[in-house]
Design a protein around this ligand. Structure first.
Ligand SMILES: C[S@@+](CC[C@H](N)C(=O)[O-])C[C@H]1O[C@@H](n2cnc3c(N)ncnc32)[C@H](O)[C@@H]1O
Length: 251
């Protein structure tokens, strides 16, 4: 089977009928958090592999969606995104692009196109849950670098003690259902960006397992332990318990 075909032949849609749009508000929040913390003022934002397009849709409505939701008063005082930002979503999947067509938002444009084939330059590129899906991610990262000044990555940290022990269910599920080809820890994720010429400016854990409703009984039971562990020592918690991604701002 040709790797990558699942995004164009309908397999990914069959396995993920909503293209996981349910996680978009959470992802958009992570993006806003790191943008505000680093006082970025982009005028153009592209989302590569934008899926159903909902993250961009939400970002363009930041004021309505995220002011109170971030929950941290320091963030609420920070500068909002410019009202005139131009948002562009890129998808290589015709099925995802079709889902994007359901979004009617004059500030967001969607393209059924691989950004690497375009002669473009943006202030900020979002690559949210993309790298782990790309066969030659080193080559992809090197070529993506020139397409924007700043990049924000969300990289799921699939490797933890807990997921390695439950390899047949945990890591195997990321491969089977979501098509992950590569698996990362925090240090590997940061290392591949440095190896491909990026300068990492900031990062935080995106602990989705605490922020989002538990998806099964095991996750529910683990939640209080995760709460304590992430409060005491986030690095150790990520290494042992997982349930997090790394949100990275790089140049
Ligand atoms: C897990 S989805 C993430 C979608 C969206 N970024 C989000 O976070 O909701 C992975 C996306 O990567 C896209 N993708 C896979 N291979 C790609 C490639 N080589 N270049 C660009 N996008 C790719 C797929 O079409 C899919 O929409």
């Amino acid at each position: 089977m040709k790797i990558g075909k699942i995004y164009t032949d309908g397999t990914y849609l069959k396995n993920n009928p909503t293209w996981d749009i349910e996680g978009s508000p959470w992802k958009a929040k992570q993006v806003i958090k790191i943008i505000r913390k680093n006082q970025l003022t982009p005028k153009t934002i592209a989302d590569v592999g934008c899926g159903a397009g909902e993250v961009l849709n939400l970002l363009s409505r930041e004021k309505d969606c995220f002011g109170p939701l971030l929950g941290d008063p320091r963030h609420d005082k920070m500068k909002r995104l410019d009202k005139n930002i131009k948002f562009t979503g890129y998808e290589i999947s015709p099925q995802a692009y079709k889902l994007c067509q359901k979004i009617h938002n004059s500030r967001v444009e969607f393209k059924l196109q691989d950004i690497l084939r375009e002669k473009v330059h943006y202030d900020l590129i979002l690559a949210l849950d993309i790298i782990e899906h790309v066969e030659d991610y080193y080559g992809y990262l090197r070529r993506l670098k020139a397409k924007a000044e700043y990049k924000i990555f969300n990289i799921p940290l699939d490797i933890s003690v807990q997921t390695v022990i439950r390899d047949n269910t945990a890591i195997a599920k990321t491969r089977k259902q979501w098509g992950h080809l590569h698996h990362f820890t925090k240090n590997i994720a940061l290392d591949i960006l440095r190896q491909t010429g990026y300068k990492v400016l900031d990062y935080h854990y995106g602990v989705w397992s605490l922020d989002l409703p538990p998806h099964n009984k095991k996750a529910l039971l683990l939640k209080p332990i995760r709460h304590i562990a992430y409060a005491l020592n986030p690095d150790l918690a990520a290494r042992f318990l997982g349930g997090t991604s790394l949100v990275i701002l790089a140049k």
